[in-house]
Design a protein. Structure first.
Length: 237
């Protein structure tokens, strides 16, 4: 691929950096549009790699121009979406944002028709879903600084994942503001939507890299309609 526009649908925390994924304008029979996960040829993606010329860390719902060089040579199934990108000679550039009615329409029209390919069969590693039920929880130990964001959710087709880690940067930032100086917070589906003033909540689910012989499901993107505000602190992801 040459320089392509990518709609960011995941901007998430990893232990040693971040992970970004999104959709291009290429059609896909199962997912509607083709997923890509831009990666560096060596080492982990860092926040600076996904910061534009104005110093802004790019976010979910941004449409960015990226130089996608080639699929990663050694395909790591289920991570078939990996593409090596050039973040040095061709910096990411914000083209526009997906907002308002177009944003709401996009998520409703691009739900994955076979999320079991990701969550059960591990044939690929990214999907966009709308849970039938979800509970969000946050915990912050004021003494140690340990912070966690998690979700329990049920998907159409009775695919249930309990206590899944949430690595979405903006969602984690929101949870920190809700907890303020520390403690725990758990919100059931209805109170969560009410607090967010949300008409709908969509999730990007992804699979971790192989750890102890397993691929762990993660919530790598949280998409609230209408959108919510939260400031990401690169020092506290």
């Amino acid at each position: 691929m040459p320089v392509r526009e990518v709609l960011i649908l995941a901007m998430s925390r990893m232990r040693s950096g971040i992970c970004m994924a999104g959709m291009t304008t290429d059609r896909d029979a199962v997912t509607g549009l083709r997923w890509v996960r831009p990666v560096r040829e060596f080492d982990t993606l860092l926040p600076g790699d996904m910061t534009d010329a104005n110093g802004r860390l790019l976010q979910c719902s941004d449409v960015v121009e990226l130089n996608l060089v080639s699929p990663r040579p050694a395909v790591d199934v289920p991570h078939v979406e990996d593409w090596v990108a050039d973040f040095i000679c061709c910096r990411p550039r914000l083209a526009r944002r997906l907002e308002g009615k177009r944003r709401a329409s996009f998520f409703a029209r691009h739900l994955d028709c076979a999320p079991e390919d990701v969550l059960v069969h591990h044939a690929r590693s990214l999907c966009l879903v709308r849970p039938d039920y979800m509970q969000a929880s946050f915990s912050l130990d004021a003494y140690s600084g340990k912070y966690e964001a998690r979700m329990s959710l049920t998907l159409p087709g009775d695919i249930t994942r309990v206590n899944v880690s949430v690595t979405d940067l903006k969602w984690r930032a929101l949870g920190r503001t809700w907890l303020e100086s520390g403690g725990q917070l758990a919100l059931e589906h209805a109170p969560l939507k009410e607090r967010l003033r949300a008409d709908a909540i969509y999730l990007t689910l992804g699979l971790s890299r192989n750890y102890q012989g397993q691929y762990w499901p993660l919530v790598v993107g949280v998409h609230v309609v209408p959108d919510y505000d939260a400031a990401i602190d690169a020092n506290h992801l």
